[in-house]
Design a protein around this ligand. Structure first.
Ligand code: ATP
Length: 309
């Protein structure tokens, strides 16, 4: 079931066409991630959907509801992660949550939200004393206080260290378990790959492609890169390359010193053959790795640009 549908969204700021033509729909319960480089139009898209920015053109539907006729009902249905400037620094997380709860007719108990965002222990510390990651977790908690069905998180992990980022991922996965729909923006490919049911890649105000992370990667190629490094040095890698070149499953090979790289659609079969060969030759293999294509490879393939976080 679609909980959100946007059609042909457009928005310009003076001569800057921030969003040129964006259409997509989001299913109930999914994590839908909009990913793109700086200035791609992610925040503007989100803010139009959240009712904070008026589109120049296009339609936004939450099921049967739209901002023109059902603004109050939509506000009850969605939760928006506030900017950290919207939090009260001199109050505690508990007090901030209690305060935000008074804005709504129905609110989730503060203690439950504190558990969800793993801030129970810090509930009585002033917000100004929290770390960046803890503040971001509180921002997600504030978006959750009205117990919305759809949660919007705009770059919730930007600027956080890897551990703090993982704590946020845990919360997003927990929201999914609760049956919530999450619409996320991020700069981080790894994050999109780990969390999303579907990824929407945007660049220069347009959608480049939308699909599940695995289908996007599959679309790109089924080939895997296999690397073997030999303890016996270059000679062994060279012989390995000659052997691999003659295997049907191998598309191409490369050699760098004692490392043999090859590309194959059947990594298991290829490795089996190669190990038979190295055993026969009594070569010692030091390391083996199989590299899957990543979303970053997909981005580069679709846009022709290098990805920068
Ligand atoms: P980032 O990842 O850097 O947050 P983004 O993908 O969220 O980028 P937007 O913030 O939507 O991109 O910005 C898209 C373009 O529109 C940028 O060129 C930005 O400078 C411009 N822009 C956004 N908001 C405004 C505004 N209020 N006034 C003028 N220009 C704006």
């Amino acid at each position: 079931m679609n909980v959100l549908e946007v059609k042909n969204l457009q928005k310009s700021f003076g001569s800057i066409r921030a969003v040129q033509d964006i259409s997509f729909s989001v299913e109930a319960g999914e994590v839908f991630t909009i990913i793109g480089p700086n200035g791609a139009g992610k925040t503007t898209t989100l803010e139009m959907i959240e009712g904070l920015v008026t589109p120049d053109h296009g339609e936004i539907h939450f099921g049967e509801m739209n901002w023109g006729h059902h603004a109050v009902a939509i506000k009850m249905k969605i939760g928006v992660q506030p900017q950290s400037s919207a939090m009260f620094d001199l109050l505690t997380p508990e007090e901030n949550l209690d305060l935000f709860a008074t804005f709504y007719e129905k609110a989730r108990p503060t203690a439950e939200i504190l558990e969800l965002i793993n801030l129970t222990e810090h509930r009585k510390n002033q917000v100004k004393k929290l770390s960046g990651g803890q503040r971001q977790r509180l921002a997600i908690g504030l978006a959750m206080i009205s117990d919305p069905d759809i949660i919007f998180l705009d770059e919730p992990t930007t600027g956080l260290d890897p551990q703090a980022r993982r704590h946020i991922w845990d919360i997003i996965l927990e929201l999914k378990k609760l049956g919530k729909t999450t619409i996320l923006t991020t700069h981080y490919m790894e994050e999109a790959e780990k969390l999303s049911d579907r990824v929407c890649i945007v660049d220069q105000g347009n959608i480049v492609t939308i699909d599940t992370p695995s289908a996007l990667i599959e679309k790109l190629t089924k080939e895997r890169e296999v690397r073997l490094s030999f303890l016996d040095g270059e000679k062994a890698a060279e012989e390995g390359a000659i052997f691999a070149d003659n295997l049907n499953s191998v598309a191409r090979t490369e050699r760098e010193g004692a490392v043999l790289k090859l590309w194959t659609i059947k990594p298991e079969d290829t490795l089996l053959e190669l190990f038979k060969f190295t055993k026969e030759k009594e070569f010692q293999v030091e390391q083996v790795s199989i590299r899957e294509m990543s979303l970053e490879d997909v981005f580069i393939a679709f846009t022709g640009k290098e990805w920068r976080d």
